[in-house]
Design a protein around this ligand. Structure first.
Ligand code: C5P
Length: 318
C-alpha cells in the first residue's frame, strides 16, 4: 500500500449575488447565485489508513484569541467530508473491500455556520483528493453528480473560482472574471442555521436577474460589481438575528464600495477597491466590534491552485 499523503487547499466562498426564484416541492429553493472563491482557506489532507475504517481529524488553524475554529464541528461520520469519502468509496465499491480506509485531516480556518461554504468546500476537496488517492479516474461529470448529492454548494467547489449557480445551487456555470476584488468578512459570535434562514425568506413575485453582476465580473468593472451586489436572504437573516443589522450599521460608517450578507449568514462582507483600503476598513471594524472575527481576503483563481497542487504532487511522486 502506498503511504502517499495528498493535500489541497479548500477555499471559502462568498455570495456576491443571490436571488430566490421559486420554492420547490422537495423543500429547496430554486435560486440564482453568483459566487466567488476567496483566499480564506482550510487545508485538507488525505492518506490511506491501512485499516478498513475511515478516520477524520480536525485541527484548528487559528492563532491567538480567535484560535478555535473546530468547536461544534463533528469529527465523525456526521462530518460532510467523511460522508463525501464514504460516498466516493461506495460509488466504486471500495466500501466492501477490506483495508481501503483513509484518514482525512482538515486544518480549519473557515468559520462554521457562516455562509462561507466551509463544509461544502472540504467535501469537494475530499472528492478530488480521493479520486487521485485511489486512482479512480472519475470524470468531472461523475464527481459533480456525487457532489450535488452531498449539498447544494459542493459542485461549485470542485473547480470554480467565479460562477453563477442555478437549480438549488448545483448547476454551475463558471464566469471568466477580469478582476479579483478585496473583501473584509465579519463573523459574529453566533452561526446561522441555513434551513432556518431559508424558511424565513420569501420568494419575490418578480425576481431580479444576475446579468448585471455577471457582466461586471466579465468586464472587471468594480463599481458595476459593487452596484449589482444583492442577497435576498439578508432580510430573513435580519429578522432572525440582530447581528446582521449591527454589522450592516458598522459597515455604513466606513468607506466601502458595498456590503451584504454572504449566503444564509452569519458572515457579512464588504467589497473594497484595494488591499490597503480593505485593511484600513478591517482595523476600524475590529476596534468597534470586539468579539467579531474580521478577515481580509481576496477572490482567488481556484483552478490555478488545483493545477499547482497537481504539479507538486507529480514532483513528490517522481
Ligand atoms: O444543500 P444544503 O445541504 O446546503 O441545504 C441546506 C438547507 O438549506 C436545505 O435543507 C434547505 O432548507 C435550504 N436550502 C434551500 N434551497 C437551496 C439550498 C438550501 O431551501 N437552494
Amino acid at each position: 500500500m502506498d503511504r502517499i499523503e495528498l493535500s489541497t487547499i479548500a477555499p471559502a466562498k462568498i455570495n456576491l449575488y443571490l436571488e430566490l426564484l421559486a420554492r420547490r416541492d422537495d423543500g429547496f429553493h430554486q435560486l440564482e447565485t453568483v459566487m466567488s472563491a476567496v483566499g480564506l482557506c482550510d487545508n485538507v489532507l488525505i492518506r490511506r489508513s491501512g485499516g478498513s475504517e475511515n478516520e477524520i481529524k480536525l485541527v484548528s488553524g487559528g492563532r491567538g484569541r480567535s484560535s478555535d475554529f473546530v468547536s461544534g464541528i463533528p469529527s465523525d461520520e456526521r462530518n460532510l467530508a467523511w460522508i463525501a469519502l464514504l460516498e466516493l468509496q461506495k460509488f466504486v465499491g471500495l466500501d466492501k473491500r477490506s483495508g481501503q480506509g483513509a484518514k482525512i485531516t482538515i486544518i480549519k480556518r473557515i468559520p462554521a455556520a457562516a455562509g462561507l461554504g466551509g463544509a461544502s468546500s472540504n467535501a469537494a476537496a475530499v472528492l478530488r483528493l480521493g479520486n487521485q488517492l485511489y486512482r479512480l479516474g472519475l470524470t468531472q461529470e461523475q464527481l459533480s453528480r456525487l457532489a450535488a448529492r452531498l449539498g447544494s454548494d459542493v459542485p461549485f467547489f470542485l473547480n470554480s473560482s467565479f460562477a453563477v449557480c442555478r437549480g438549488r445551487g448545483e448547476l454551475v456555470s463558471p464566469i471568466a472574471s477580469r478582476t479579483y476584488p478585496w473583501f473584509v468578512i465579519l463573523k459574529p459570535p453566533e452561526g446561522f442555521s441555513t434551513p432556518l434562514i431559508y424558511s424565513h425568506a420569501s420568494v419575490p413575485k418578480r425576481p431580479r436577474s444576475a446579468e448585471r453582476m455577471i457582466a461586471g465580473l466579465q468586464t472587471g468593472r468594480l463599481s458595476e460589481i459593487a452596484a449589482a451586489m444583492f442577497n435576498r436572504l439578508e432580510q430573513a437573516a435580519s429578522e432572525v438575528s440582530n447581528w446582521c443589522v449591527q454589522i450592516r450599521d458598522e459597515f455604513r460608517r466606513i468607506q466601502c464600495l458595498n456590503h451584504q450578507l454572504s449566503g444564509s449568514g452569519s458572515c457579512y462582507f464588504g467589497i473594497f477597491p484595494n488591499r490597503f483600503l480593505a485593511n484600513r476598513g478591517a482595523n476600524r471594524l475590529r476596534s468597534r466590534m470586539p468579539g467579531v472575527g474580521v478577515f481580509v481576503c481576496r477572490s482567488i483563481d481556484h483552478r490555478n491552485i488545483i493545477k499547482l497542487q497537481q504539479k507538486v504532487q507529480q514532483l513528490q511522486r517522481s
